[in-house]
Write a protein that binds this ligand. Structure first.
Ligand SMILES: [Fe+2]
Ligand SMILES: [Fe+2]
Length: 185
């Protein structure tokens, strides 16, 4: 055991290097999925929706997050997820479907997705030690921005969407499944 041993146990029997690889891969995939969700929402939002500027702002932040993890992938020579086409289609479809259901459903989607990402980043951050301080800082910065996105969703009535509990449960389950998959494939 050394000073750099992570404080928390690793999932499964991963080495610290494998754990890091998975973290970067899943974060890259997840940020891509988030970007696609907001693109799908922007494509199908009512033309005069007051949410457009908010969603454009969130999409721009997802692009920044995505670029950061793209750089990590390249710098560390980690392969991206093989499920890119799935994220491309599923992310966009989720955004499109929720926007078509209405502004509040679109915001319900934001709340559900961002809460899962918040939890995911919090768990990662807790596993990163001083040797990975710059990565940890990035993850914490992004986590704070994901929570702002969640708050935007709440402020714009996401929790008042028709069928919110069902929508929330379905989207959270889907998001967790996507995370599980992207860590492995
Ligand atoms: Fe993000
Ligand atoms: Fe976000």
């Amino acid at each position: 055991m050394t000073a750099s041993t992570p404080a928390l146990p690793l999932p499964g029997d991963l080495t610290p290097a494998q754990d890091l690889e998975r973290m970067i891969r899943v974060n890259h995939a997840g940020e891509y999925g988030a970007k696609r969700i907001y693109e799908g929402q922007l494509a199908f939002l009512r033309p005069n929706s007051p949410l457009r500027a908010k969603i454009e702002h969130m999409a721009a932040q997802e692009q920044e997050h995505l670029t950061a993890f793209e750089q990590e992938l390249v710098a560390r020579r980690i392969r991206p997820t093989a499920l890119f086409p799935l994220w491309h289609v599923a992310g966009f479809a989720l955004g499109a479907a929720t926007a078509l259901m209405g502004d509040k459903a679109a915001m319900a989607c934001t709340i559900a997705v961002e809460e899962v990402i918040d939890q995911h980043y919090a768990e990662q951050s807790a596993r990163l030690d001083a040797a990975e301080a710059p990565l940890k800082e990035k993850i914490e910065k992004f986590r704070a921005e994901e929570l702002e996105h969640r708050d935007t969703g709440v402020a714009h009535g996401g929790r008042e969407a028709v069928g919110y509990p069902v929508l929330e449960a379905a989207i959270k389950t889907g998001s967790r499944l996507a995370i599980w998959l992207a860590q492995r494939v």
